[in-house]
Design a binder for this molecule. Structure first.
Ligand SMILES: [Zn+2]
Length: 241
């Protein structure tokens, strides 16, 4: 179920893999995605199993749209699912979930009072729009200055091929994301771009995905490898009660 689980101060974080769920086929087995063709009741079972294993009172998820909007879980009503690409929490026992298959999952951990934590979904568009810096700014606006970040598995810069004009447009905003595929064509490295954005904000990064690639490694779901109906793995952050 877990690629990694850590407790840092009062924040618990976890990155999932494909194991330990109830789905079959391209969603096998711990698919956390709800809009990829998997049976809704099976996905809810997977989400409940994850929440149970983590011991969260409530697991809040978001509808991710490759934008830079940030939501706080405390503002979300029971059963509501906000449209956002960053989901933050300052309430003990409330887990926030990001779901990915090739995009970059990020967990933000607040180290000083008031403790806050969050998850961010960042792909090519989110990198250009600055969703990770937007999430950091939202946490700092509430008074948490000192942060650290965990960055998870994603499509690597040797696999993420793009048309040259598109790769150039990304590199114009985040030069560190420029890359070349292993077969010599234009590419971007979203993870490297995210790490650069975080370091520019003075945030130490633990990069779990530096040597992992969702396209190459079948422990993870991958949109580019599996197509439209690939499952989604994810990351969760929560403040301990
Ligand atoms: Zn790769």
């Amino acid at each position: 179920m877990f690629l990694q689980r850590e407790t840092i101060g009062r924040v618990e974080l976890a990155f999932t893999d494909r194991e330990g769920g109830f789905s079959d086929g391209p969603w096998g087995s711990l698919n956390l995605g709800t809009s990829n063709g998997d049976a809704p009741e099976t996905v809810e079972r997977n989400l409940a199993a994850l929440a149970d294993e983590l011991g969260v009172d409530r697991l809040v998820r978001m509808t991710q749209v490759h934008a830079a909007d940030v939501a706080w879980a405390g503002d979300i009503g029971e059963g509501e699912i906000p449209v956002a690409d960053a989901l933050l929490t300052d309430q003990p026992g409330v887990g926030v979930l990001v779901r990915v298959a090739d995009c970059t999952p990020v967990v933000l951990v607040g180290l000083d009072e008031p403790v806050a934590a969050g998850v961010v979904h960042c792909g090519r568009e989110g990198l250009v729009k600055g969703v990770v810096p937007a999430a950091v700014a939202a946490i700092r606006e509430r008074g948490t200055e000192s942060l650290e970040a965990w960055v998870g598995p994603r499509a690597c810069g040797r696999c993420y091929e793009l048309p040259e004009a598109m790769a150039d447009a990304v590199a114009a905003v985040v030069p560190q994301a420029r890359s070349t595929t292993s077969w010599g064509t234009p590419a971007i490295d979203v993870g490297a771009g995210v790490v650069a954005q975080l370091r520019a904000l003075g945030i130490p990064v633990t990069d779990l995905g530096e040597h992992e690639c969702t396209i190459e490694d079948e422990r993870f779901f991958s949109y580019r490898r599996q197509g439209q109906d690939s499952g989604r793995f994810g990351a969760v952050a929560m403040i301990t009660p």
